[in-house]
Design a protein around this ligand. Structure first.
Ligand SMILES: *[C@@H]1O[C@H](CO)[C@@H](O)[C@H](O)[C@H]1NC(C)=O
Length: 401
């Protein structure tokens, strides 16, 4: 009996030890040992009306100046924040912003509609934003824009610029005036479990915009908005997008590229396991019909489901809004090595596959494998201009490459 108890105890000891080791090896060791700065103790008020910007700013200054890993804590409730700029460089390379509540932007679009951004992280390294809701209260601005009056251009809910090793997990972004989340000039940014929500009618409200950044991943996220779910700008490398629900919105778009004569290219982009529902586009590459040295290459679109999507697969290199500045010009953007693999579902228009490439620099090495798109109960069609490539497996509509 004693021996049995001894063995059981030993088992518990081993178990306890392994749990302890597991915990101490968890990826955010900073977390447990970090100093905490609660924005309420800096004067923030969860009353939806008092501007808490200063309190957020002071909490940031403390965290940024601390030598120890730090957590800024935002408890439950609605905090009105006129604007917040979390700037580095910081002494601290492990700051967690843990949000249980909601940050609310001023509803009057004249307050920060011209500022460009609402919540900003700039020049920081090792910041994690966990949970929380950002409510941009953009209704006022959308109404102004839709009425055709002259309006401020609008603020991005969350701007992350010139930063490194960033995690955004479980964040909700609502009612942004303009783009929801912009990642610009960054390295190693992970976004997961992000929820983006705007009405399908709200103008210029891209969900997540990536530009001039390397090593961004977006996983397990749900994006419904009035413009692109994800838009991918010049200078984006090594981007990974996986398990996304998109709609309403304009789909996932590489571009617009080639607006500038001198422009960084886009390369090594993987978009996999995406469901598009009622969107304007599915998988799109888009460039201006103007001279440029830009490019898009080494792109993989894999495992996508289209539900009633207007342009499920599209390359449009003749983008020229209002036909001003670019009629009769050809895009300089070189599009090559683009693979579409296991894409199926329904198109809301007859032409489900459209490759409208540059007459000066035709698309090369476009590959289609196992694509099946239908238009109601008919076969959909495919249309190609200046596009070269191959098709394999079942491809319907049959390839025009
Ligand atoms: C392409 O990007 C992925 C991340 O999305 C990265 O793991 C891989 O190493 C990159 N490949 C090259 C050749 O840079």
């Amino acid at each position: 009996m004693a021996e049995l108890i001894f063995i059981t105890c030993l088992n518990y000891l081993v178990l306890a030890l392994s749990i302890f080791m597991l915990l101490s090896e968890s990826p955010s060791p900073a977390y447990a040992a970090s100093v905490q700065y609660n924005v309420v103790s800096f004067g923030a008020k969860a009353d939806d009306t008092t501007d808490s910007s200063k309190a957020f700013q002071s909490a940031w200054a403390s965290a940024c100046g601390s030598m120890r890993a730090a957590t800024i804590y935002v408890p439950r409730g609605r905090f009105l924040v006129r604007s917040a700029s979390f700037k580095g460089p910081c002494k601290n390379l492990a700051i967690t912003v843990r949000i249980d509540g909601t940050l609310v932007a001023p509803s009057n679009c004249n307050v920060n509609g011209d500022a460009g951004n609402w919540i900003v992280f700039r020049h920081v390294i090792g910041v994690s934003v966990i949970g929380g809701t950002l409510d941009g209260q953009g209704m006022d601005l959308w109404a102004c824009k839709l009425s055709g009056k002259s309006c401020p251009s609008g603020a991005t809910n969350l701007m992350i610029s010139n930063s490194e090793n960033i995690l955004v997990s479980g964040l909700s972004s609502l009612n942004s005036q303009m783009f929801h989340i912009v990642v610009s000039g960054c390295q190693n940014v992970k976004m997961q479990g992000v929820k983006v929500s705007n009405p399908g009618t709200s103008p210029n409200t891209d969900g997540i915009h990536i530009t001039a950044s390397t090593g961004v991943t977006i996983r397990n996220s749900k994006i419904g908005t009035g413009d692109d779910c994800v838009s991918i700008g010049p200078g984006t490398n090594n981007l990974w997008i996986e398990n996304i629900a998109c709609g309403p919105g304009h789909g996932i778009s590489i571009g617009s590229l080639g607006q500038d004569q001198e422009e960084d290219g886009v390369q090594n982009v993987t978009v996999k396991t995406v469901t598009f529902t009622g969107t304007q586009n599915g998988l799109r590459i888009k460039s201006w019909a103007t001279p440029s040295n830009g490019f898009a290459r080494n792109i993989l679109f894999q495992h996508a489901i289209m539900n009633n999507v207007q342009n499920p697969i599209i390359i449009d290199q003749n983008y020229c809004p209002d036909n001003s500045g670019c009629p009769t010009q050809a895009s300089g953007v070189r599009v090559s090595d683009v693979t579409y693999q296991d894409i199926y579902g329904t198109s809301a228009t007859l032409v489900a596959v459209k490759f409208d490439c540059s007459s000066k620099y035709p698309c090369t090495a476009i590959r289609m494998q196992d694509v099946k798109l239908t238009y109601w109960n008919q076969l959909a069609t495919a249309s190609c201009a200046h596009a070269d490539g191959t098709a394999s497996g079942l491809v319907q509509p049959s390839s025009c490459l």
